[in-house]
Design a protein around this ligand. Structure first.
Ligand code: PLP
Length: 286
């Protein structure tokens, strides 16, 4: 069964799916994207992801490639055609195809690509049971990381550095020693008295959808969230640390730059948040 991608109006075999060489996403990273988790046959938090897409497109003055309703249909269709029960669906909207020129082209159609991929939940579960390691890297991204653009080169380099160091994620750290977020995840700690701490989303991070849904879950579980900066030193001394993202859900962090967090084992709060996440996330049947 071949994988299928949606590319600018057509469902095509993934292996031969292609965009034009003058797509502005390819030449200028002039585009935005979203990744939704697919779990047990449902697309998770689609409304919030499409709200954030709307915000990203608005900031870059890129037109929606089609109506929101039509895009929802395509997301569901790509998930279905790829028989994804657990995995992810990816969408990318770029400003479109035009002769290479930095300024916005006149009258260009936004380009849309949607792909989906299966993943084995047992792999993620095993990872959560052991926890992951992170390294820290100096923040070197542009200021508008609140817009989910495909311009991810610093994130790519940071992730590669983490991999070479035997870690799963890299945390960007400001010159004042405070943690921003991971290369593809938001960063959290749990204080000794059980409060969840995460950096305010107004302060140089992406407002993760998983992060937002975790606020709903924390409220349901009677947990307090403090939105404030925390330092690498505070994270190392914390009761727990964890990261969140659509496909990562909630993932315990057990070491930072080679130093163990608490006893070096996944924290119970992170694991229970992970276990209950799907109860609160919005579920759209594919
Ligand atoms: N921060 C960054 C830089 C990301 O790239 C991502 C996800 O790709 C996140 C945070 C987590 O966002 P979400 O929970 O919406 O997946």
């Amino acid at each position: 069964m071949p994988r299928i991608a949606y590319v600018n109006g057509r469902y095509v075999r993934h292996a031969v799916a292609a965009v034009h060489i003058e797509d502005r996403g390819y030449q200028f990273a002039d585009g935005v994207y979203e990744v939704c988790e697919v779990a047990r046959g449902f697309i998770m938090d689609m409304t919030r992801h499409l709200d954030r897409l709307d915000r990203s497109l608005g900031h870059l003055e890129i037109a929606w490639p089609m109506s929101r309703k039509a895009l929802q249909t395509i997301l569901r269709e790509v998930v279905k055609r790829n028989h994804v029960v657990n995995g992810m669906v990816y969408l990318q909207v770029t400003r479109g195809v035009a002769g290479r020129d930095h300024v916005f082209p006149a009258a260009v159609r936004s380009a849309l690509v949607v792909t989906a991929k299966r993943s084995d939940p047992a792999v993620a579960l095993a990872r959560a049971e052991t926890g992951v390691k992170v390294i820290t890297v100096p923040e070197n991204r542009w200021e508008r990381v609140d817009i989910k653009t495909v311009g991810l080169l610093p994130n790519v380099l940071a992730k590669q550095k983490a991999k070479l160091a035997g870690a799963y994620e890299a945390w960007f750290v400001d010159p004042d020693g405070t943690v921003k977020e991971g290369a593809s995840t938001n960063a959290w700690i749990v204080t000794k008295d059980g409060k969840l701490v995460t950096r305010p989303a107004e302060s140089g991070i992406l407002r993760g959808i998983t992060r937002t849904t975790l606020f709903d879950l924390a409220a349901k579980m009677g947990l307090t969230i403090e939105e404030r900066s925390f330092s690498v030193a505070e994270a190392k001394a914390a009761r727990e640390a964890f990261i969140t993202a659509a496909t990562t859900v909630v993932m315990p962090v057990v070491a930072i730059d080679g130093d163990p967090v608490a006893n070096g084992h996944p924290g119970s709060i992170a694991l229970s948040l992970r276990g209950s996440f799907f109860d609160v996330a919005e579920k759209t049947r594919a």
